[in-house]
Structures are given as structure tokens and as C-alpha cells.
Design a protein around this ligand. Structure first.
Ligand SMILES: [Zn+2]
Length: 174
């Protein structure tokens, strides 16, 4: 289902939700950066690191997939790129590939950070991710009313613990 967010049309609601999430989290994002080999990433994102032993920011090429099991994903370029991704001219364009699933709880990437290299995920960078995700979903939903279009609101693709309905009940809505 096509969704809009911030005047941009996205091929899926999940892509739109992630864009809204990046804005809330203040991560720079760009839809469909240039391809790497046969892989067209959905997003290029850049976020501040803040660790004084590390770089000032990290950049990822992200595949958005409607999955709950990024840890089981094998042989996808988003997972296979565990180090600096370079363009055809040899210029670095991202620190690594990353898989972003149905919400921030289902994300995975390998990152060289603070003199070490390890698998990481959105919750390790954004403690407030569940609340931000609910906010992102609400943004996308509000831009896609009328009410009949509320299949867009379906929570069936979300695990219960991150249900936007539950989270939103404790927050004011516009
Ligand atoms: Zn870092």
C-alpha cells in the first residue's frame, strides 16, 4: 500500500514509517541512495555517534524488510556488507549495510564503533525507540486519512509490546 509522509510518496507504509522515525530521531535520511552492485538500498541514514573515541557520525545503507527475524537473515547484501561500502570510484559511501524490519526492535547491522566491531541495533542507540516509533506511525497515519484507509493503521504487523494503540493511549494525539 502506498503511503505519504511529508509530501513524499512511499511504496509501502513501512518505508514511510521509517522516514518519520528518522525525522523524530534526528537521523539524516535519504531515500534510495545509489545502488551497490545489484543491491538498491532503501535508505542511506546518518546518525551522530557522540563517542569521543569514535567518528562523529555513522552512515548506513538500509534495507527495509517486513520481517521480525533480522537475526536469521543470511546472504542479503544489507547483512553481508559488514564494513565500509564504497562507490564505483572507491569513495566510501557508508559504514555498513543494515536491515531494518517491522519496527526498531527488529534491526541489525555490524558496526565498527569505539575501537571495536559488533552487531548492533536501533534500541542500543535510541532508548526511546518504542515511543518514537508510535509517534512515527501516528504521523504517517494522520497524513493518510480518511478513516476508511485505516487498513494503514493495522497493527497486525507489529508485535504486541510495541503496539501503537497501546503506546498512543498514554500520549496526546493531534
Ligand atoms: Zn561510533
Amino acid at each position: 500500500m502506498v503511503c505519504t509522509y511529508d509530501g513524499i510518496t512511499f511504496k509501502t507504509e513501512l518505508l514511510a514509517r521509517w522516514a518519520a522515525f528518522f525525522d523524530i530521531a534526528e537521523w539524516e535520511w535519504r531515500l534510495y541512495p545509489h545502488s551497490v552492485g545489484n543491491w538498491q538500498p532503501d535508505y542511506r541514514v546518518n546518525f551522530e555517534c557522540g563517542d569521543r573515541l569514535c567518528k562523529s557520525s555513522h552512515t548506513l545503507f538500509v534495507a527495509v524488510l517486513p520481517i521480525y527475524t533480522p537475526e536469521r537473515l543470511e546472504h542479503h547484501p544489507a547483512i553481508d556488507f559488514t564494513q565500509t561500502i564504497k562507490d564505483e570510484q572507491g569513495q566510501p559511501v557508508a559504514d555498513a549495510g543494515a536491515v531494518f524490519g517491522v519496527n526498531p526492535g527488529y534491526t541489525k547491522w555490524m558496526l565498527e564503533h569505539n575501537n571495536g566491531k559488533a552487531w548492533t541495533s536501533v534500541p542500543l542507540w535510541i532508548p526511546d525507540h518504542a515511543q518514537m516509533w508510535a509517534e512515527a506511525c501516528a504521523h504517517v497515519r494522520n497524513e493518510n486519512v480518511p478513516l476508511q484507509a485505516y487498513s494503514c493503521l493495522s497493527t497486525s504487523d507489529l508485535p504486541l509490546r510495541d503496539s501503537p494503540v497501546r503506546v498512543l493511549s498514554g500520549r496526546q494525539r493531534n
